[in-house]
Write a protein that binds this ligand. Structure first.
Ligand code: ADP
Length: 351
């Protein structure tokens, strides 16, 4: 028994060059059984390269890939793509137009006994909510329905790991978010471990238990959506996973900083020397409109969001920050309003 047996997918010290050019390096992460993971990052950061390496389409320069305790790729080992037990669903869903929904889903089950295959197809039709559409052809389905059939087809042979390569990127924003959550629920109820590639932060948050944020060929942080948002480990991750601004501050004691909005105290030591200049990262949900606050700012922009307004306010030092206000507080652009910070955990970076 080795340590990888407890994990579904283990990537160890993975580095991959295309010729002389390094595409991915020093990648280490683990997905636990039933866990839904995500590779998130801007175009060209190496997400698809990593996914193709896991699928067995791309040889590694060095490192190891383990699945369910079996070494798939490593020094002198390379299990072929079709023998890995890894399923894939691509952006270009390419259902077979001349096959019905049932036949599309059953496409990878030709080696299964007929009754077992039929049972699996029905189970999947139920799971994707299309149980009475099995005899339709792809052109008789909506885009979202076709996407679900493509998902069912890739899940049908019960892969040990399902790789999803930007499967929602051809769809509009609202549909993307909805399908990412739906696919998450379907994979969870079928018990399939999966890894999604996307450049869209909201899609990643809707889908994954843990997300590897990548840039320039390596993983900057592998963490839960909550921690990436509230405890980013670098300015890159802080900016990539949601809106926010860097603000100058000075460390006033091991747990506190002096900011343009007063002294802010953290729940733990900040890890910076007292007196050092730092930057704090503030998200719109950290700053609230507060009539009783002694700190004020000028309202420079506002967006109605239903339950609340998203204001942009300019502090006296010129920094513009996002700020939430209840929607019945309808202030005018140019007005000076009270603001205060509501933060449990400070995000602090060196200057
Ligand atoms: P992403 O999926 O994040 O957009 P890719 O994995 O496609 O990124 O690409 C990572 C880097 O590797 C990029 O610099 C890209 O130009 C390069 N690259 C991708 N595929 C090849 C290839 N077949 N040959 C050479 N370079 C490649």
């Amino acid at each position: 028994m080795n340590q990888q047996n407890k994990d579904a997918l283990t990537i160890r010290d993975l580095t991959l060059y295309y010729g002389a050019s390094r595409a991915v390096y020093d990648v280490n992460f683990v997905l636990k059984p039933l866990e839904l993971g995500c590779l998130l990052g801007p175009s060209g950061c190496g997400k698809s390269t990593l996914l193709r390496a896991i699928a067995g389409f791309q040889p590694l320069t060095s490192g190891e890939i383990w699945l369910d305790g079996n070494l798939l790729t490593g020094p002198s080992v390379s299990v072929s793509a079709e023998r890995r037990g890894v399923g894939m669903m691509f952006q270009d869903i390419a259902l077979f137009p001349h096959l019905t929904v049932d036949q599309n889903i059953g496409f990878g089950l030709e080696d299964w006994p007929e009754s077992k295959a039929e049972q699996r197809i029905h189970e999947l039709l139920d799971l994707i909510g299309l149980h009475n559409l099995g005899s339709r052809y792809p052109h008789q389905l909506s885009g979202g329905q076709q996407q679900r059939v493509a998902l069912a087809r890739s899940m049908a042979p019960k892969p040990k790991l399902l790789l999803l390569d930007e499967p929602f990127s051809g769809l509009d924003t609202e549909m993307r978010g909805r399908l990412a959550s739906e696919v998450r629920a379907i994979l969870k109820s079928d018990g399939i471990c999966s890894l999604l590639v996307t450049h869209d932060q909201r899609e990643a948050f809707d889908f994954a238990d843990r997300i590897a944020v990548m840039s320039d060929g390596c993983i900057r942080q592998f963490d839960t959506p909550f921690n990436l948002y509230h405890e980013p480990k670098s300015p890159f991750v802080a900016h990539f996973v949601g809106p926010g601004e860097m603000v100058d501050a000075k460390v006033s004691d091991p747990r506190s900083v002096l900011s343009p909005l007063g002294i802010l105290t953290n729940d733990t030591d900040l890890g910076f020397e007292t007196g050092s200049d730092v930057k704090i990262f503030l998200r719109p949900d950290d700053l609230v409109h507060d009539d009783d606050s002694s700190y004020t700012a000028i309202l420079v922009e506002k967006h109605f969001r239903g339950a609340h307004h998203l204001y942009q306010v300019r502090l006296d030092n010129g920094v513009v920050l996002g700020c939430f206000a209840p929607s019945h507080h309808d202030h005018k652009i140019g007005e000076r309003i009270g603001v205060s910070l509501d933060i449990e955990h400070l995000v602090v970076f060196p200057q």
